[in-house]
Design a protein around this ligand. Sequence first.
Ligand code: SF4
Length: 804
Amino acid sequence: MAIRIEQNNIFLSVRDLVKSSPAAEFLTSFPLPQRGLLGKNAQTKVQQARQKHYGLFHTEFTVKQSYRYRNYTFHIHGRIDGVYQLKHRYEIEEIKSVILTPAQFRTLRIEHYPHFSEQLLYYAYLLQDAFNGIEVRTFLILFNLTNNKERTFPVVFNRSQVEQRLWQRFSHIIEQIEFEKHRLKKRQKLLQSIDFSLPEKREQQETMMHAVAKALRDKSHLMVSAPTGTGKTAAALFPAIRYAVEQNKKIFFITSKNSQQAVVAQTLQPLLDQGLPLKAMMLTASEKMCLNDVYFCHEAYCPYIKKYKERLLQSNILPGLVNNSFIRPEQIKSTGRAHELCPFEISMDLLNYVDVLIGDYNYVFDPAAQLRRLFAARDYGDWILIIDEAHNLYDRGMQYLSPYLERRQLLSLLSENKGKKSKIYRDLVQAIRSLDAVFDALQQEGELHFAGHQYFVTQLDNEKLNDAFQQFEAAFVRYLIHKIRTRKLIPDDPLEDFYYAFRRFSRVARYQDAAFVAYYNAQDEGILHIQCCDPSNYLGGIIDRFHSVIAMSATLDPMDFYADVLGFPDERTARLQLDSPFPPEHRKLVIVPDISTRYKDRQKSAPQIAEIIKRVIQIKEGNYLVFFPSFNFLQLVNLFLGHVQSEKILQKPGMSEADRDEILTKLKKEKGSHLLMAVMGGIFSEGVDFNGEMAIGVIVVSPALPQVNYARELLRAYYDNKNGSGLEFAYIYPGMNKVIQSVGRLIRSATDRGVVILIGERFADEAYNILLPEYWFKNKGDVEITSNYTESISTFWKTLESNS
Ligand code: SF4
């Protein structure tokens, strides 16, 4: 429910009022992913037809009224689908869509849809009060999506009966509010018995906890850069939990990798075991939760979604699941299997019952995957958002907003569908051709003005794109209904894939500012891109709707850069930069300069790099990690490395988390020395711990600068223009961030010791090494740049041995 309560004022919509019925609470899920689109289209269709025929017909008619009930004032608002404004009366319509067979539709009774009628009658009640008791007649229009038929049902509006029902609803809402107040008090009392103490006291962790608590109290955001080993997860979570219980808020903890979610769960579980009065749930993507043979969310093909809502109510599984303090995906999956109900839909239906959610960034920031059930309203003031490893949100944000359309896909759809006789396919083909005309124009533009260029920046013809999209969407809706009616199973349907790609593209195309650049790649039949150079407006728009956002990372440096690109508002954002909890003497850092790691010099430098690796691992036996900017560079150096004393382990592209865990176990348990060669930004360089002897040294070969390509150069040009820091924003900052993350794998606890070797002339350049964290060094700027690295490293190990 999106009900807002301010002292004794309750603000809600007519829909909220109807949803406040206990029976209706479960009826919020749409089993088909496209259900919302189908319903909206049906509604528009009916409204447009009415408007054409009746001049007195108004759509989306807004009504607002306030009512005093007991100690509260209810402020109700709503929008009526259709209103006929006649001389002495109003006639109003509520339009709803259903998916039924023609026979079912012919015989349906209005009593089957009591909530539809109830919503309509409340509109009538409000309207009557707004217009001095004028007569109002009410009609429910049901539109059947499977055969495009509509039926109109007059609904009797009896004011005193509606009023009685309205008071019942008010009464129920007040009971819920009182119950919540009581529950809150109980929870606050229980909170006092929870032991939040941590196994070891770390000054940095305490500082962070205070800063988080303050940000929550001030209703502001906090950006925290805290080295690995600080204990960031607990430092963010513990104060957030306290605040959430005290102030009746909820927490959404988002991560960019699944492995980080496990850490959150481990941190939370001991508190829940003590009786922490909160419910937690871990969210997993629908593909991973799927129980069906094919991932195809359609009533006709998936038994787990068939009559889902009805069967969910009958099964009564939600209260059982909610009884668990921590609802985990495996549990939901096994319950779903036992009752033949879709686990992902179950998790969606549980959203309103949990206080702590753990999931991926996508659920909050991806326009295509955002949890609309939670974030449909514009104000997320009931939620505290914690973003783990927040530096990753920059790339993710750009990905969400950088769509593309491939002409190859269009041509393939045309050749598959152009011979089909049905009007639906003819209309689809027509719409695709309209889009293809946009590609034709681009091709001509290229030949005329950019001959010989693979890429060129272009101005999008939004009018034509929009027309093509609307044509396609109109035909696509009929296509979906046709699929439902004919029970046509097309897993990975190319038309559906194309629709979603086109929709994403059309949405982003509406952003008309310098941060979005459209460009064309003339190769491979042609690809039309929109490159988002700066996601800050979009991300910041979401961030600022939360009560507070805690963005933390081991590498949120330079913080000005991340605050800028993630869109944190200056006036509402505090910043915290923490030192490492471990002394710099535990780590020896050496920069080996005079080796060029530039792309053009790599053939020449690979043998030298291999030699450095060999020498470093000879100085002291143990496990070493070597990080490269790419798999190609890794392979090249490996060729020259040949046989070494340690067992070599090479990361391969596409390695799974299970593969990684196997290697981690090997490093942890197996005796002998290992040399793990991996890439920066991959599964071994972030969100993973190499405690104790799992790694005694990290060698980083070159900053992991993003590849120079047309899209990156657009970013560089954008930031050059915006703040004169194109090179830094597009290349150096993201590249050095990956270096710092990789080095962060070393020194995870107070007993860890190790060496760090940064290879490459760029590291000797101040533009790069100025970005190395200060806590790495005993004194500020204390960077050791030497070709005589063996001596420095040997001395470090010897000193340690003699001190121990
Ligand atoms: S079980 Fe799988 S196919 Fe069926 S609705 Fe759920 S996610 Fe979709």
